[in-house]
Write a protein that binds this ligand. Sequence first.
Ligand code: AMP
Ligand code: ZN
Length: 491
Amino acid sequence: MTTTPLKLFNSLTRQLEEFQPVHPGEARVYSCGPTVYNYPHIGNMRAYVFADVLGRTLSFKGYKLTHVINITDVGHLTDDADAGEDKMEKMAAERAQSIWDIAKHYTEAYWADVKALNIRQPAKWTIATEYIPAMIDFAKSIADKHCYELDSGLYFDVSTVADYGRLARAVTEEGEGRIDEVDGKRNAADFAIWRKTPAGEKRQMEWDSPWGKGAPGWHLECSVMSGQVLGFPFDIHTGGIDHREIHHPNEIAQNQAFCCTNGLDQARNSGANIWMHNNFLIERSGKMSKSSGEFLRLQLLIDKGYHPLAYRMMCLQAHYRSELEFSWEGLQAALVRLKRMVMAYRKWADNLKEGRMTPGDCWERERVTNALVARFEAAISGDLNTADALTVLEETLALKGTAPECVATAAEHMDRVMGLNLGYLQRTELRLRPKAVTITEAEIEAVLTQRKEARAAKDFATSDRLRDELAAQGVEVMDGDPLGWDWKLGE
Ligand code: AMP
Ligand code: ZN
């Protein structure tokens, strides 16, 4: 195991804390997963790039990682308070489709984005509807001391646990971060852990329970799946910053009720030692949403010709706790940066393959790259400073007169954390290639060969004509491009 201690920002204590695993040598992490009623937008995917970098960092530092991400296929309402409809039921009604088909379709779409962004598979995907009996058991075990029943469901009384809302710290004049939406609640912040199906109605998804037919509350799901698979307390719980306000305080209250009712002066009483939250990806017009304007799905970026890892690069350039504004210019810049890194990496890998060694003191060469790896590790260990870590990776790739075996090894080591796939990406994959362009790369290369011949024969009229023909098909010829690209596809 390496030496720089890993420090992470714990939202619960609002402090940087040194990572101390609950089980020596292991790291157990739970990430709140998507609600699969629609495609994820690229903001949602920022949450999983962040969780992936966290997991890769823990592996890099030698911990045996168990990462769990859930799939919410029941229970998440259109409003985070207890008003509104189940997102899944609503979409199913609008589409006149079964919830199960909708869940399957959007889960697969989400997994496709996970793969495209080179996010590692977690040890387990927990599907909420597969844990209903365990959710009922959990609710039964805390019901007497912490819950009360209303016509609409079983509610958690937040006054029965110490320090409710400590995570959010969003306090209004009424003393709570939220509005009372349900008649009969004892406290405005009380929340449903079981939602009864209203009399005379039938939901597509409903189960029998001691409180009547109904469905679990969204918060209950995550408490049960994280506790069952990872065991309380586990190490790290992640999610987007919106979850810091309602979802996670409610999970914490349930976990406290389940494990202990002690206060949160000891983080482990919350169920996880560290709670981490990524900030939002925003659009110039404000928060990203699935309904407003152009729906920013990863597939839209791909259709416009961007390699999905350019978006990963864009995420890594910002600290996960900072807001990140999406723009097409920013994405273009991230793509160019990725291209440069891929080409530099390729150069070192080729040198290595061809056995081109640099003469000199072996120890000295290793000293240089080892120092860079140590700086990389210090950056990533400082609350996942990916922006600094990227700079160190670039410095490594830009070394001169150093042995390729040292540079290639160091860069590969660093990219295991960054996940940019530098050793596998082909530069041709990184060309902007909008879906609308139909000309193939082989056709472009054939015209370019003809053009080279024309230029060699000083037949500039033919050379210009060929260039114009390519331009008419959306291909811009880039003579003398410093990055060595012969052409690119315009948007
Ligand atoms: P959902 O599918 O709505 O439950 O969201 C999935 C994940 O995306 C959660 O961790 C959210 O907190 C996170 N999230 C939602 N919107 C954004 C955004 N604009 N930027 C970053 N993360 C987000
Ligand atoms: Zn959750």
